[in-house]
Design a protein around this ligand. Structure first.
Ligand code: HEC
Length: 447
C-alpha cells in the first residue's frame, strides 16, 4: 500500500506528510531551499501520475447574464445549481489504465489539485526564474504555468524513489470502485486547473498583500480582489469535502421544514437526528487503506461562473427524495454512482430576493448551510457568500461567528466593499498558501 496522504494521513500519521512537505521547503521553520528531487516519495505524485492532469471545469458562460433571474427565483437558482453539481461529479477518464482495458473514470472534482500539487508546482516555477526575476518577483507567464501542470502530472517518475513496481501496485489497488475513489486521497480542499493557474499567476500579489480596510473602494470596476492578479476566471472552481470513517455509523440530519426551522432557531445542526450505515451503492466511498474506508458526507462547491461565485453544497441524506432533494434532475441519477442520495442548497447573492426562500423575515440575508460541514454554535444560520467575503483577510469561521457586531446575522450580511482573496480562503486561514509561497520565495532569494 502506498503511503497515506491528505487530511486523514495528517491526523493518523502526523509527521509523515509534514516531513514530506518540509523536505521541499514548505514545512514550518524550514528555509525552503532544498531542491525538489530531495522529496521523499509519497502517494500523491503516483496518484497524480495515474490520474494525469486535472480536468478543466466546463463553465457556463451564459450564467452571468442570468444573474438577476437566478437571484430572484429559488427554482431557477436550484436548477442552475443541480447542473453545476452534475458537471462537478461527472465521470472523466484518467490517464492510466490497466493493460488495454478502458480508462478508469473518476468524478471530475477528484482529479482537481490539492495543496500537495500546488506547492511543488510553485517550487518548480519559481526556481525556473532567473535570479534577477526572482528578486523582482516576476510573474510566471501562461506558457510556464501550462508546462508546470504537465510537469506535475508526471513528476513521480523523476523522484529517486519511483519504481515501475510502485506504479503497478497502485494501479492494482484502484482495480475496484472503492479503491479507485481513493486516488488523490481524502484531501479537504481541491481546486480546478483554472483556479490553481490563477493562484500561481497571482503569487506576487499574494505574498505582498496588505489587506485593505473593509470600506476601501475596489481596485477597478472589474477587480475587487486586491490581493490577487485580478479576479479568478469563470472556470475557476473549488470544492471542500467532509469524509467520515465508514467504521462508524453516519449521523443523519432531518432537514424537513419543521425540523430545519428548529435547527435554525438554535443556530446549530447538533449531533444528528439518527444514524445510518449506507453501503457503497448509497454513499460515495473510498477505500483509503486496507483497513480504512471513508464516506463522502458532504461536498461544498464554489464556481466563478458568477462574479460573486455560485455557492452550492450537497450533503448525504437517508431520505434523499424529500425537501432539498425533491427537485433533483433525472440526469444526475443517469450519471450513475450514489449521487442521487445527496441533497443540495445554493446561494448566489447576499440578499435573498425570492421572498419564499427567506429564512428570517427580520433579516433578509440569504441562507445555505450544510449540516456535515458547518457545525458548532451559530453555524447552521450562515450563508456561504456571507462568510467567504472575508476570504484572504485572516478572518476564520470562528472569528466571524463570534462577533455579531462586526459580522451581523451570523456573518450573512455584506460588510465589505472589496474582497482581498476574491472570496476564497486558500491564500490565508484555510490552505494558507500565502505563507508557503512567501517562505519559499524568501528562502530562495535571501542572500
Ligand atoms: C462561517 C464561515 C464559513 C461559511 C458559512 C462557509 N465557509 Fe467555506 N470556508 C470557510 C473557511 C474558513 C474555509 C477555509 C478553511 C477550511 O477549509 O475549513 C472555507 C473553505 C471553503 C472552500 C475551499 C476553498 C477555500 O476558499 O478555502 C470551499 C469550496 C467552500 N468553503 C465553500 C463553501 C460553501 C459552498 C459554503 C456554503 C454552503 C461555505 N463554504 C460556507 C468559511 C466558511
Amino acid at each position: 500500500m502506498t503511503r497515506l496522504n491528505g487530511e486523514t494521513a495528517r491526523a493518523l500519521a502526523g509527521g509523515i506528510v509534514a516531513a514530506a512537505l518540509a523536505a521541499h521547503g514548505f514545512g514550518c521553520g524550514t528555509r525552503g531551499g532544498e531542491s525538489f528531487g530531495a522529496l521523499e516519495q509519497d502517494a500523491q505524485p503516483i496518484d497524480r501520475l495515474l490520474m494525469g492532469k486535472a480536468s478543466a471545469y466546463p463553465a457556463d458562460s451564459s450564467l452571468r447574464a442570468r444573474l438577476p433571474q437566478l437571484d430572484a427565483s429559488i427554482a431557477e437558482r436550484r436548477k442552475m445549481a443541480w447542473a453545476v453539481v452534475e458537471k462537478v461529479v461527472a465521470p472523466v477518464p484518467l490517464a492510466a489504465r490497466a493493460g488495454s482495458g478502458p480508462h478508469p473514470r473518476l468524478p471530475r472534482f477528484q482529479t482537481w489539485y490539492s495543496r500537495d500539487d500546488v506547492l511543488p508546482m510553485f517550487d518548480q516555477l519559481f526556481r525556473a526564474l532567473r535570479a534577477s526575476q526572482q528578486q523582482t518577483r516576476a510573474r510566471f507567464d501562461d506558457a510556464e504555468i501550462t508546462r508546470a501542470f504537465a510537469w506535475n502530472a508526471t513528476m513521480a517518475r523523476s523522484l529517486t524513489s519511483f519504481t515501475e513496481t510502485r506504479r503497478t501496485d497502485r494501479l492494482h489497488e484502484i482495480g475496484n470502485p472503492a479503491g479507485l475513489h481513493s486516488l488523490g486521497k481524502d484531501a479537504r480542499t481541491l481546486m480546478s486547473p483554472a483556479f490553481v493557474g490563477h493562484l500561481l499567476r497571482s503569487y506576487p500579489e499574494i505574498i505582498a498583500c496588505t489587506i485593505p480596510g473593509k470600506d476601501a473602494a475596489p481596485t477597478s470596476d472589474v477587480n475587487f480582489a486586491p490581493c490577487l492578479d485580478g479576479e479568478f476566471p469563470a472556470d475557476a472552481a473549488a470544492v471542500k469535502m467532509r469524509w467520515m470513517p465508514a467504521s462508524e455509523p453516519l449521523p443523519t440530519y432531518d432537514t424537513s421544514q419543521g425540523a430545519l426551522s428548529k435547527k435554525l432557531e438554535a443556530g446549530d445542526f447538533g449531533p444528528g437526528d439518527g444514524l445510518a450505515t449506507p453501503d457503497e451503492s448509497a454513499i460515495y466511498t473510498m477505500q483509503l487503506t486496507p483497513e480504512t474506508s471513508m464516506r463522502l458526507a458532504a461536498l461544498h462547491i464554489m464556481t466563478k461562473e458568477l462574479r460573486d461565485w455560485a455557492w452550492i453544497t450537497i450533503w448525504w441524506s437517508n431520505e434523499p427524495e424529500t425537501d432539498f432533494g425533491r427537485d433533483r434532475p433525472a440526469s444526475l441519477r443517469a450519471l450513475g454512482g450514489p449521487w442521487d442520495h445527496y441533497k443540495m442548497c445554493v446561494v448566489t447573492a447576499f440578499d435573498e430576493k425570492d421572498r419564499s426562500a427567506r429564512v428570517d423575515s427580520a433579516d433578509p440575508a440569504s441562507w445555505c448551510s450544510n449540516p456535515y460541514l458547518e457545525q458548532g454554535a451559530g453555524a447552521a444560520k450562515t450563508s456561504c457568500i456571507g462568510c467567504h467575503q472575508h476570504g484572504g483577510t485572516g478572518e476564520s469561521t470562528a472569528s466571524v461567528l463570534a462577533d455579531g457586531a462586526r459580522f451581523p446575522a451570523h456573518g450573512r450580511e455584506k460588510v465589505r466593499a472589496n474582497f482581498p482573496g476574491d472570496y476564497t480562503f486558500t491564500t490565508s486561514t484555510g490552505l494558507d498558501l500565502a505563507s508557503d509561497f512567501r517562505a519559499k520565495v524568501e528562502a530562495l532569494t535571501s542572500p
